[in-house]
Design a binder for this molecule. Structure first.
Ligand code: HEM
Ligand SMILES: *[C@@H]1O[C@H](CO)[C@@H](O)[C@H](O)[C@H]1NC(C)=O
Ligand SMILES: *[C@@H]1O[C@H](CO)[C@@H](O)[C@H](O)[C@H]1NC(C)=O
Ligand SMILES: *[C@@H]1O[C@H](CO)[C@@H](O)[C@H](O)[C@H]1NC(C)=O
Ligand SMILES: *[C@@H]1O[C@H](CO)[C@@H](O)[C@H](O)[C@H]1NC(C)=O
Ligand SMILES: *[C@@H]1O[C@H](CO)[C@@H](O)[C@H](O)[C@H]1NC(C)=O
Ligand SMILES: *[C@@H]1O[C@H](CO)[C@@H](O)[C@H](O)[C@H]1NC(C)=O
Length: 531
């Protein structure tokens, strides 16, 4: 009896759920909601570029894979602070330093999340790493990882990093044409050094021509750039995120099942998994690297670890957050380092090499400083003393100002009003870093469109340099990235004079997916300085 009743009710519910009337009604409600959502900026008295129903400004934004420039064009048109719609999700763009300092620094706890793709799922999902987490979950992880590049840890990494750079130099030396496609070599260098310095594994990738991990990781990145219909659907209809996540997983399972694709990510993830288990088993190794920091925090008690994750950061000011991670969180955060550190550093370095090749004057200033400090005083370069070269420091920063690689944005997690604008949870606040990095008021008097390292000698507003972001969520690997760039430049310049070939372009061309990188691989000529 009872069973029948339950059956009847559920079939009634199902038939309503799948009826045409219900579908029509749901679509009607959804469309009304969209109309209401598109009022967001108008209600706040903010201007927007012309947008279309359903897609908003999304396709104008990603047009020509030129996001930063497209946003900058809107800034020129609409002023320092305006809004646009990604699908129907509002994004507030600003280059107003007052708003930036409120959002990124003073009211950080109200804006402790990053902009996200709906496919990433909830910020608290076990598979989401530091970069994708927010609130107290972010704080728990960041507290554990902050010491990754402390002075002492960097000192320990110094010989490892030098070994990786020496491998690069040998590789260049061995090439009898002296003309090398630099991007691929630099990618291998950063991959090599990330594994060696942070995971404690020597994959000796620079010595291999097409190593499986290198190929695999290349695929991971190129995958992210592909035009993905599911990704676009998820941006246009984020309310259905569970459906998009389900379909993506389903698609991957099918691919695996029919052996269509040997899932490239799996190779890297498997290697992490194996190494992690080995390191946990051989706990006494105690290598003092990033992997060890994470392993030290390993805790099986998921409930204790995650008790406070959903709280805002200043809600729990007085509570001591336990420095614990679950096994899955460790795996996710291992993967994250590759995502965060690999392409960013290798492209930054390749921009440096390009600049030195086309601008011999800059190269000479750099070389003189290096000669004076290292060669004439017989000092051996290491991870700390490369910081003594002030021009080199300015050169690297100017490269990152001139060619910003990464975007910076926050997502509101708690309602707040800034400069009269009411910001509600979910709103993304995005910095127009193109506008700021080329603002003559912030970077003058020498024209910001000119490459001029000495402009960093003057004290500038700390919010005017955004290459590594700003506030408590600033790039975790900044010191490591800069040290690696400087060491590589110093050692290469000691060994080689860098020149253009007939195929080196005078101007770099860019393409922008997750990062802003160059479209074309170009060759550089290396002339040995040794007799
Ligand atoms: C030149 C190279 C690099 C550039 C230009 C760069 C840039 C950035 C930027 C702009 C952010 C966002 C900051 C913000 O939202 O305020 C970021 C975050 C991050 N970066 Fe880097 N990065 C570089 C290298 C690295 C390296 C080598 C690592 C690690 C080995 C790394 C790890 C991270 C992490 C973990 C975050 C997230 C921090 C958080 O959410 O708390 N980065 N980076
Ligand atoms: C991106 O925009 C800039 C400035 O408008 C333009 O010079 C450049 O050619 C554009 N790049 C692409 C790939 O369209
Ligand atoms: C030298 O470098 C070029 C370009 O990267 C490459 O095509 C060539 O195979 C290299 N030659 C040797 C001997 O490694
Ligand atoms: C790199 O490979 C070459 C030849 O493939 C080999 O002679 C050399 O010993 C290798 N170097 C290292 C450090 O493994
Ligand atoms: C370093 O030594 C070289 C050769 O002895 C000399 O020509 C050069 O001027 C010195 N550099 C500086 C900056 O003193
Ligand atoms: C390099 O800089 C550090 C810190 O500023 C300083 O203590 C050290 O003496 C400098 N080294 C040399 C060789 O100038
Ligand atoms: C966050 O916003 C609330 C409401 O506007 C405000 O009272 C609070 O001071 C803000 N938090 C910080 C750290 O400023």
């Amino acid at each position: 009896m009872i069973i029948w009743t339950v059956y009847d009710i559920s079939s009634l519910v199902w038939s309503i759920f799948f009826s045409k009337e219900f579908a029509a009604f749901s679509i009607f409600v959804y469309l009304m909601m969209l109309i209401w959502k598109y009022q967001y900026f108008e209600q706040r008295g903010l201007r927007t570029p012309k947008f279309k129903f359903i897609v908003g400004n999304y396709f104008d934004l990603i047009k020509n894979k030129n996001e930063s420039e497209n946003v900058y064009k809107w800034t020129l048109q609409l002023g320092k602070t305006f809004g646009y719609y990604e699908g129907h999700s509002p994004v507030l763009v600003t280059s107003d330093l007052d708003i930036i300092s409120e959002v990124f620094i003073r009211q950080f706890s109200n804006f402790s999340a990053r902009k996200k793709n709906p496919m990433e799922g909830a910020d608290t999902r076990d598979l989401n790493h530091l970069m994708r987490s927010s609130k107290c979950r972010w704080k728990r992880m960041r507290t554990i990882m902050n010491p990754t590049f402390s002075k002492q840890k960097l000192d320990n990494m110094s010989p490892l990093l030098i070994e990786c750079i020496d491998r690069l130099i040998n590789k260049i030396r061995k090439n009898n044409t002296n003309q090398l496609i630099i991007q691929k070599l630099l990618k291998k260098l950063t991959m090599d050094s990330l594994w060696k310095c942070t995971y404690g594994i020597d994959i000796n990738i620079q010595n291999k021509s097409d190593d499986e991990y290198f190929e695999a990781s290349e695929k991971v990145f190129s995958d992210a750039f592909k035009f993905k219909i599911l990704k676009i659907l998820s941006i246009l209809f984020p309310e259905l995120d569970s459906l998009w996540i389900f379909l993506t997983n389903f698609q991957n399972k099918i691919k695996k099942l029919i052996g269509f694709e040997n899932e490239p990510k799996a190779l890297i993830v498997e290697k992490f998994d194996k190494t992690l288990r080995e390191r946990i088993a051989n706990y006494q190794l105690n290598k003092k690297d990033y992997m060890q920091l994470l392993i030290d925090a390993l805790d099986d008690e998921e409930k204790i670890t995650k008790k406070y994750d959903k709280f805002d950061i200043n809600e729990l000011k007085d509570i001591h957050l336990e420095k614990k991670l679950t096994f899955n969180e460790i795996k996710a955060n291992l993967k994250m380092f590759m995502l965060a550190g690999y392409e960013s550093t290798s492209y930054a370095l390749s921009f440096c090499f390009h600049m030195m090749a086309i601008n011999k004057n800059e190269q000479e200033i750099l070389y003189n400083e290096i000669e004076d400090f290292f060669i004439n005083q017989s000092i051996v370069p290491d991870i700390q003393n490369v910081n003594n070269l002030s021009y080199l420091d300015m050169f690297c920063k100017e490269i990152l100002r001139f060619y910003p690689i990464s975007r910076v944005a926050r997502r509101c997690v708690k309602e707040s009003t800034i400069k009269g604008i009411k910001m509600t949870p979910g709103l993304v606040i995005r910095i127009d870093h193109r506008a700021i990095h080329f603002d003559p008021d912030l970077w003058g008097p020498v024209d910001p469109n000119e490459f001029f390292p000495l402009r960093h000698k003057e004290k500038r507003n700390p919010l005017s340099f955004l290459a590594f972001g700003v506030g408590p969520r600033i790039c975790l690997g900044m010191k490591f990235a800069l040290a690696q760039m400087k060491l590589a430049l110093v050692k290469c310049l000691i060994n080689f004079e860098i020149e253009t070939t007939e195929h080196t372009p005078k101007f770099l061309e860019f393409t922008e997916g997750i990062l802003r990188t160059t479209t074309n691989d170009f060759p550089i000529y290396f002339r040995s300085r040794l007799p």
